[in-house]
Structures are given as structure tokens and as C-alpha cells.
Design a protein around this ligand. Structure first.
Ligand SMILES: Nc1ncnc2c1ncn2[C@@H]1O[C@H](COP(=O)(O)OP(=O)(O)OP(=O)(O)O)[C@@H](O)[C@H]1O
Ligand SMILES: [Mg+2]
Length: 235
């Protein structure tokens, strides 16, 4: 647990039908903290983000954001409370332009308008009038991160932003995310790319079979990556 937590997840269980995906998952995210959630395929990373977002119902346990319980709210209410979710399937709205995709959830007063998103992702500058589906994988990733920012969230949930991207694009996405660290924003970064996760995060939560099996600082993780790698099947 961290002092001054923005998000507190306490003992959540989640199910798909009768099959249990999360077992008492407990961790918290501090203000302006970047927490990486790592684990192998099927460990429960996406389910954890979906549970925070109200897209998968939690059966037991609680989730608090700021000073309010959010585990019984609907996804749109959770979004309005200040949480943005960027799913692993990037799902551009293919009939909308890049600009429309980015600005879909913009709320007045948000510090992130189109101009700022383009400052972060200059590669998108010349593409604003294209359709969302007419972008490369890396450009789509930048677009959907932009879409997550424009509502002005206090917490951004990113599901495997490096997935399927060429190393040079991963580097670029990483540079942008590290620039975001200067913002008044907390991030949960789900990743299978441990090196990428450790380069961005303050803390790491390790999931295995739907349970938290370890939590450590990113500095500890960089010092002893084998402590995490054994849960990822990397040898
Ligand atoms: N829609 C679904 N219906 C039934 N079971 C599901 C569904 N989605 C996920 N599961 C199961 O829940 C468990 C956790 O899956 P989850 O998608 O959260 O894993 P993950 O860590 O995100 O994996 P990946 O790295 O492959 O994205 C797995 O056993 C998975 O098979
Ligand atoms: Mg997943």
C-alpha cells in the first residue's frame, strides 16, 4: 500500500461465468505514480483493468478512487470520475477521422486538447483527416493513447501499449509515456515487455494465475529482474 493512494484495489475476485479470473487482487496506485502490472498470458492483467473500469463486475472486494467507492459504478460513470482505459485491442473508430477519434471524449477544461496531443505525437500531425483505420499499428497506438488523454483523466489505464510494435516505435511510445510522467497523472501500465515496463514505472505488481504474487519498486526490479522474470517464463 502507498500513502496518499489515488486508487485502492482491495481483495477483488472477478469471474467469467463460473470461471474465476482474479483471486483477491490487492494493490494501490499513488498520485502521479506509474504502476506496471506484469504477468504472462492469461495472468489476469486485462481483467484487472476491466474490473477497475467497471467492464467486468467484481464479485467481492472493493475499489476506491479518490475518496469514493467505484466498484458498483457503470463504466461511463467511472470514466466521468476521471479514469481512462486504453484497451489492448486498439479499436479505432474506423469511420471517424484521426482527429475525431482523439477528440471523441474531450471534456472542456481538460488539459489535453488536440494541440497538446499533437505535441506529444508529432507523427500524427499530418494524419488528422485520415480515417482511424488507415494508420499503422504504432500510429493507432498513439491515437488511442491520445483518445485516453483528452477527457483529462487523473488515472490512465494502458493495456500493453508496446504489443505488436516494432522496437523503434516502442521506443517512441515509451518516450511519450515518460514525458507524461511530468503531468499530474497516475498510470497503470499493463505490459509483457518487462524492460519497457521497468523503464517507465515507479512500481511493479506481478500477477500469476489471477493473484498478486509480488510487488516491488521498479528500481528493485531493474536490479534483480530475475525476481520478476521467473513469473513471466523468461529464462
Ligand atoms: N471473455 C472471457 N471469457 C472467459 N474467460 C476469459 C475471458 N477473458 C479472459 N478470460 C480468462 O480469464 C483469465 C485472465 O485473462 P486476462 O485476459 O485478464 O489475462 P491477461 O493477463 O490480460 O493475458 P494476455 O497477456 O494474454 O492479454 C484467463 O484465464 C482467460 O482465459
Ligand atoms: Mg490482456
Amino acid at each position: 500500500m502507498v500513502d496518499n493512494a489515488l486508487l485502492e484495489i482491495d481483495g477483488i475476485d472477478a469471474f467469467y461465468g463460473r470461471s474465476q479470473a482474479l483471486f483477491g487482487v490487492t494493490f494501490s496506485v499513488g498520485r502521479n505514480e506509474v504502476v506496471a502490472v506484469v504477468g504472462r498470458n492469461g495472468a489476469g492483467k486485462t481483467t484487472t483493468l476491466r474490473s477497475i473500469m467497471g467492464l467486468t463486475r467484481v464479485r467481492t472486494g472493493t475499489i476506491s478512487f479518490g475518496s469514493s467507492r467505484i466498484d458498483r459504478l457503470k463504466a461511463h460513470q467511472i470514466a466521468r470520475a476521471g479514469i481512462s482505459y486504453v484497451p489492448e485491442t486498439r479499436d479505432p473508430f474506423s469511420l471517424l477521422t484521426v482527429e475525431e477519434n482523439i477528440m471523441l471524449g474531450y471534456r472542456s477544461g481538460s488539459p489535453y486538447d488536440l494541440k497538446r496531443v499533437v505535441e506529444w505525437f508529432p507523427d500524427l500531425a499530418g494524419l488528422m483527416h485520415r480515417r482511424g483505420s488507415e494508420l499503422s499499428g504504432g500510429q493507432q497506438q498513439m491515437m488511442v493513447i491520445g483518445r485516453g488523454l483528452t477527457p483529462g483523466p487523473r488515472l490512465l489505464l494502458l493495456d500493453e501499449p508496446s504489443q505488436g510494435l516494432a522496437p523503434v516505435i516502442v521506443k517512441k511510445v515509451g518516450e511519450t509515456l515518460s514525458a507524461l510522467r511530468k503531468e499530474d497523472l497516475s498510470v497503470i501500465l499493463v505490459e509483457q515487455n518487462l524492460e519497457f515496463a521497468l523503464s517507465l514505472a515507479d512500481r511493479v505488481v506481478v500477477l500469476e494465475n489471477g493473484s498478486v504474487v509480488d510487488q516491488l519498486s521498479a528500481a528493485e526490479g531493474r536490479q534483480s529482474p530475475e525476481r520478476i522474470e521467473r513469473y513471466l517464463g523468461i529464462h
